[in-house]
Design a protein around this ligand. Structure first.
Ligand code: TRP
Length: 447
């Protein structure tokens, strides 16, 4: 007899899942992470590998996560356990859910610090700028531990408040208008950059791959970025899938979410690099890239203070609609098991992530010389452990589970009617291509 777990409620309407999943996928990963990682990894070749990872690994795994989540209607831990038991295999598959929740906490801890910088930039962009150049401005922002910790706390509090309000009230609502607005503003920035920045050079940088500098690490970094950007490998999409109406089609929905996510990342690259090149800034300058380049643009632009503030408001909201999905799987688990109420579950996990985030906030200043793992400071270590190890590993296990262990009928029931060729292709990708690609990228890294 299966234990009865508390239910979380479902989303009403066809668009809510797409909006929520897109809200989860589109965030700092696209606008902060993608450009700076493309920049530090040399551009075009990274972008190409990233796109391949989205198509060959990301989309098939997204379909799988939704199938498992919706089938079970529970948090990732119980969804994995339940689906495994119904497929007559070991309940230990729930460990995938546990590793996901761990990854979620690690990611949330640094995500909140970066999102806090976005909140801070709303005011920096809005207030008349003093003599500081935009790179000095970024330097000043990260030099102060108190400043970073303050905004980190504000952002984590907002995340906590929304998740404790619950999926129906908190999460579904705010993405509807704000996500499209962010899209329009990004398109506006791309057009601005086209006329005022080094646009051709950007196209070359992003889309003319130079394979001479590609190493095993480029692959790992691009794959990690693909998982991160699509919110895969830790159960965010699985947890959201649990609230998806049964009549919604899994495959087209996954394609929609992945396309929107990729579009936003590309737009961000096209908005940011022309400015970087026009101002002779370094494309490989790291995590400050988006802040420095966008502020330079807003400082030059008419109505830049208003447009700039608006940009950082929307970016903060995009970050918030992602951070809630990092918290949701763990909260769903604790509350459906009845260990704690939703509110206290959210409080416990966000407090833990907040404490861990202090390390990231300090890695920009007082702890900048401290390496948590060899050659990596606190932020880089968190990013490395979560994005480049836990997410791909989680994703690979999900692919192996759905490809080799999950009962066929359970899968076909969830997928519903779909073009047979597409179904067969997906099966092939999830059985072979996705797990083998992840495994070989791991192995090549070790060798
Ligand atoms: N995808 C989000 C971004 O690009 C971040 C995010 C939300 C995430 N949920 C996740 C990353 C789950 C990895 C796993 O900003």
């Amino acid at each position: 007899m299966e234990k009865k777990l508390k239910s979380h409620g479902a989303w009403i309407g066809k668009w809510t899942f797409i909006l929520a999943a897109t809200g989860s996928a589109v965030g700092l990963g696209n606008i902060w992470g993608f450009p700076y990682k493309a920049g530090t990894n040399g551009g075009g070749a990274f972008v190409l590998i990233y796109l391949l990872c989205i198509v060959m690994i990301g989309v098939p795994i997204m379909i799988s996560e939704i199938i498992i989540g919706r089938r079970a209607g529970n948090s990732p831990i119980n969804a994995m356990k339940r689906t495994a038991m119904q497929s007559n295999t070991s309940p230990l598959w729930k460990l995938v859910g546990w590793s996901g929740i761990t990854a979620g906490v690690l990611i949330l801890s640094f995500y909140s610090v970066i999102a806090g910088i976005c909140l801070n930039y709303i005011f920096i962009a809005a207030l008349p700028s003093d003599a500081l150049s935009s790179s000095d401005q970024f330097g000043a922002v990260i030099a102060s531990p108190y400043n970073l910790l303050f905004w980190h706390t504000v952002f984590m509090l907002l995340t906590f408040l929304i998740v404790s309000a619950g999926v129906k009230n908190g999460i579904g609502r705010m993405v509807k208008i704000l996500m499209p607005m962010l899209g329009f503003l990004l398109i506006f920035m791309v057009i601005y950059a086209m006329f005022n920045g080094a646009f051709i050079r950007t196209l070359e940088f992003l889309f003319a791959p130079d394979f001479s500098n590609v190493t095993a690490e480029t692959f790992l970094s691009a794959m990690g970025q693909a998982f991160f950007s699509l919110s895969l490998g830790m159960g965010s999409i699985m947890a959201y899938g649990a609230y998806m109406p049964k009549d919604q089609k899994v495959v087209p929905t996954s394609f929609t979410v992945a396309s929107l996510d990729t579009l936003v990342a590309m737009l961000a690259g096209l908005a940011i690099f022309p400015i970087i090149f026009a101002f002779n800034l370094e494309p490989n300058s790291g995590p400050g890239l988006v802040f420095v380049s966008m502020l330079s643009a807003f400082n030059q632009m008419q109505f830049g203070q208003i447009i700039g503030a608006f940009f950082f408001i929307l970016l903060s909201i995009a970050a918030l609609s992602s951070s809630i999905s990092l918290l949701e799987p763990g909260v769903a688990y604790l509350s459906e098991e009845g260990f704690l109420s939703r509110k206290y579950s959210a409080l416990a996990i966000s407090f833990f992530a907040w404490s861990l985030g202090i390390g990231t906030a300090l890695s920009f200043n007082v702890l900048s010389e401290f390496n948590l793992t060899p050659g990596r400071n606190f932020l880089d270590s968190m990013d490395f452990i979560a994005n480049q190890i836990l997410l791909p590993l989680g994703g690979m296990m999900i692919a192996i589970f759905v490809g080799w262990f999950m009962k066929k009928e359970l899968i076909t029931n969830e997928v519903g009617y779909v073009n047979q060729i597409i179904y067969k292709l997906w099966r092939f990708f999830i059985k072979f291509i996705a797990p083998i690609s992840v495994a070989s990228i791991f192995i090549s890294q070790i060798l």
